[in-house]
Design a protein around this ligand. Sequence first.
Ligand code: LMR
Length: 398
Amino acid sequence: MFEKLQALPEDPILGLMAAFRADTAPRKIDLGVGVYKDEHGKTPVLAAVRAAEQAVLAEQQTKTYVGPGGNEQFNALMTELVLGSSHSAVTSRRVRGIQAPGGCGALRLGAELLVATGARPTVHVSDPTWANHVPLLSNAGLKLESYPYFDRPTGKVRFEAMLERLDALPAGDVVLLHGCCHNPTGADLSLEQWRKVADVLLKRRLVPYVDIAYQGLGEGIEADAEGARLIANTVPEALIAVSCSKNFGLYRERVGLLMVLTESEQQTNAAASHLRKIARGIYSMPPDHGAAIVARILSDAQLTKEWRNELDAMRERMLKLRRALSVALARTCNAEVASAIENQRGMFSMLPVTPEGADKLREQYHIYMTRDGRINVAGIGLDAIDYLAEAVGSVIGR
Ligand code: LMR
C-alpha cells in the first residue's frame, strides 16, 4: 500500500527551521518560523510560566482524564481574556470556549463544526493568509476562496477592495479574519475598519471566523482584542480561534481555545456538545499541561501581572526592532518599504521580495524567510540590522 506514496516537499514554514539548523555559516539569520526571540536569540520560558508550572506540578493530585472539552477553568478565563469579562456575549452566556490542541487544533475544530452544520459554507480568507489556514480548513472538507487584503508595494491593507468583496458574498458564507498582527503581512485593520467590516458581515448575514493568535504582541492585550470584541458585539454568530503559543510562549505545549458564539445560551450549549463530539472523534481530549499553566497564571493576580509585564517587554522589543529596521531600510530600499515595517504590527512583515529574491537571501546571505517574503521581526538581532537591510536592499532595490 505505502509504496505508492511519494515523498512530499517540506512545509513552507517548518521546513525553514531544519534548513536553518543545518546551515553551518558563521553568520546566519532565522526570520522563518513565528517564534519570539530575545536579544540573545533565545526563546526563553517566561518566568510567570515557570512559576505557574512549578505550582501546577506541586499541587496536581491526579493525572486522570480531563474530558474532550478540556480544562473548564482555562476555557472560562481565556474567553474573558479575549472578550473581556463584561462583554455582552459573556454575560448573556451566548459564547462558550472549548480547549483545543493549539490554535491549529482550534481552527480545525471550528472547521469541523461548520461541516457538522450541514451548510458547507465557503470560507473566505485574506489574500495572502497564513499558509496553514489552507490545509487546516480545506482538509475538513470546506471550500476556500480569498478576498483582497494586502498591497505588497505599499505594505498596506487594500481596505476598499476587501470591503467591496465582502459586500458581494452570499449569506451564510464564512469570513476568516486575523484578530491582530496579521500573519503573514503585519498589516492590521484599524478599529474604524473593523466597524465597517462588522457592519457588512451583519448586513450580508456572513459568519466571521476570527483567528487571534498574537493577542498582546501588537498594541497590547486589550487593544489587540478590540476587533474580535466588536465583531462578537455586532453579529449573532461567530467562531473565534485562540492560540496561547506566542503570548504565553507555550508553543510546544499546544494550548488553544475555540469559542463559539450563537444567538442563545441553548444554541451555544448545543454547538459546544458538537465540538466535544468532534474532539472525541479526532484526538479524544486535549493535553492538560499547558492549559493548566495558563489557568494558573490567569487565576492568580500576581502571576497575571508578571505575565503581562513579560508580554509588554516582548512587544516593546519587537517595536524597537521595527523602528531600527525601518531606519536601516530607508537607506537601502524605498521609503514605502521602510515605513511599512514601522507601521505594521506583531511578529511578521511581508517584504516585496520575489521567491527568487528570498532564495538569493538564503543562499548568499544565509538569511532565512519564507519564499513569499515574510519575515519574523522577532528573529532579528539589533546587531544584524544593517547586514539585513543591505542584503534586502540588494534584492529589492530602491
Ligand atoms: C508561523 O506562522 O510561523 C507560526 O504560526 C508557526 C506555524 O505553525 O506556522
